[in-house]
Design a protein around this ligand. Structure first.
Ligand code: APR
Length: 229
């Protein structure tokens, strides 16, 4: 009998205590920037320089940030459970904390890719993507991020992972953005679920869920301690 499967579904809130802005909180990124100006294919066509500046700024912030107690607690779970992270976050704090199985649904800020061939993916060099920096086929490099209106890759894989979850933990997401937000609907109804978010909105149609209206840095280590007992 292998280890019990825990799936951890995270959003921007888990990285808030690492100093990275969320999107829809007060002071969030979408208050500071218009989505359509920096996070859509149209924005990229219209003003690539503005888009690159936006993501280069966020990459610098990610590079200066550190994983927090919540990221590290999830790594602890691997002692007793088969842990798979499904994250909407583009930061690499889960990986830097030591998590092994992390599936990024909305891309990764530490990577860039060819603007003409999605399969050509590179690590961002020198902490920024520059205008004129090209892929091996001669096309401009772009952030390896899923912009609004773009296809969300790995959803079929993520759906299979959610459907096989024996425990499902949701941390720091407003559950506003689909298809990612729909993953919880695929989790077996009898699997225990936890939602950790200070402003958590209970989705009362979800069965077997415990809501903890607390910050991740406090509530995740506590939950992990209980699960490891
Ligand atoms: N601990 C836990 N949760 C927190 C904390 C914290 N310290 N601080 C804020 N939160 C919660 C907020 O209450 C909110 O519910 O984190 C959630 C962040 O929600 P959003 O800002 O909407 O971020 P997220 O759900 O990850 O957004 C999903 O939208 O903009 C797109 O692609 C982007 O991946 C992102 C997606």
């Amino acid at each position: 009998m292998g280890k019990k499967k825990i799936v951890v579904f995270t959003g921007a809130g888990i990285s808030a205590e690492s100093g990275l802005k969320t999107f829809r909180d007060s002071g969030g990124l979408w208050e500071e920037y218009k989505v359509e100006e920096v996070a859509t294919p149209e924005a990229w066509e219209k003003d690539p320089e503005l888009v690159l500046t936006f993501y280069n700024k966020r990459l610098k912030q990610v590079m200066n940030a550190k994983p927090n107690a919540a990221h590290y607690a999830i790594v602890e779970l691997e002692k007793k459970f088969d842990v798979q992270i499904l994250t909407q976050n583009i930061d690499d704090l889960h990986e830097r904390a030591g998590s092994k199985k992390v599936l990024h649904l909305h891309g990764e800020i530490t990577k860039c890719r060819s603007s003409s061939d999605d399969s050509l993916i590179y690590n961002v060099k020198n902490g920024q993507i520059r205008q004129g920096e090209k892929c091996e086929k001669g096309s401009q490099l772009r952030p390896h991020i899923v912009w609004f209106g773009e296809y969300v890759p790995h959803m079929d894989t993520a759906a299979k992972i959610a459907a096989a979850a024996e425990i499902f933990i949701i941390i720091g997401t407003s559950m506003n953005v689909y298809p990612a937000a729909g993953l919880v609907d695929l989790v077996p109804s009898n699997a225990p679920k936890y939602l950790i978010d200070p402003q958590a909105v209970t989705k009362d149609y979800i069965q077997n869920i415990v809501v903890k209206r607390e910050r991740a840095g406090t509530a995740v280590p506590e939950l992990v301690k209980n699960l490891l007992k």
